[in-house]
Structures are given as C-alpha cells and as structure tokens.
Design a protein around this ligand. Sequence first.
Ligand code: URA
Length: 209
Amino acid sequence: MSNVYVLDHPLIQHKLTYIRDERTGTKEFRELVDEVAGLMAFEITRDLPLQEVTVKTPVAEATMKTIAGKKLGLVPILRAGLGMVDGILKLIPAAKVGHVGLYRDPETLTPIEYYVKLPSDVEERDFIVIDPMLATGGSASAAITSIKNRGAKNIKLMCLVAAPEGVKVIQDEHPDVDIFLAALDEKLNDHGYIVPGLGDAGDRLFGTK
Ligand code: URA
C-alpha cells in the first residue's frame, strides 16, 4: 500500500494558504507554487543515497558525503504540473524532465493520453510524477501506468493538494507509489473540484479562464 506523506512544514502551510486565496493573482500564484515545489522536493529527496568523498578543507582532510549520482526524472502532467518543475530543478538541476499529456474523453470520462516524452534511459531513473491537484486520481494513475509501461520502476507522486478519493485510487491502482502532498483536503464537489482546494490550478498558473 502506498504511503501518504503530508508535508505540512509551517512554510509550506503558510505559502499554500496564499496559493488557495482567490485574491492571489497569477504572478504571485506562480511564485508561490514554485517555492512550495522546492520545499516539497527537499523532503521528497530525503532518501537519496549518499557516497563518501574526501575533501581537503583549508584546515584538514576529511571524509564527507555527496549525493551518489542517483538518476532522477521529473514527469509533470500537462499542463498544471509544469508550474512545479522549476522549483524542483533549482534543487536538483541534473534531473531530466519528461512530459505526459492527458485529456478526459467527454463521453467515457476516461483519461486519454495525447503526448508522452520521457528520458531515453527510463529504466535507470527514479521518477517523480507531478500533478498539483490529485482530484479523482484518474490522470495521475494513467500517467503512472504510462511511464511504468515504458520501463519506469521507482515512482513517487507529488501533489500540492489531494482529495481522499484521488489518494484511494492511487493506493488501489499503484500500491508501490508513495504519495507526497502539501495538503489533504476534505472531498471532491459535484464538478470534480477539490474542496476547499484552490480552484483550477492550470488556469490560475497560466492566467486563463
Ligand atoms: N483540477 C484542478 O485544477 N482543481 C481541482 O480542484 C481539481 C482538479
């Protein structure tokens, strides 16, 4: 069963409150999402393996640690996932970035994949799939299936806000995928929006409506 981690550091909670506020405009929304993504990345990468190296400080030679060259891949789900990529890349600049684009079939409501591009060495990388709003979980689950089908083995899911319904779908369909959230909200409303949520993340990030 996937573990669910709510990364409720005070800085994340503070920034998320302003992200949620309907009075927050596009520029500030984007900046805050970028900052929260960076703060979340700090926690999500807590298990990165380290290796020992020798350094000579101005005072003495010492054995210290550096990250052991683990290959990481970020996979934002288009389009709202793009808003969290730069904040993570500031901390992990060597990560490669793939993309998955999905739309919902208006009749069947199932997610249809229209774009996938992943790093060529999928099998050697650990992936972080990025979906700011885990609502029904349909898109995130389909994106995870898609990258698993292309050879990805180690996947984490990173979301700003989730509804319990979406978390359950990922836990049922991808029990091997740990879920990292800035907040776990109450529920979905009849229109598929997370309550209280923050509205449409893509529209708020890109200033469309
Ligand atoms: N997608 C969003 O952008 N917001 C929601 O509340 C649900 C899905």
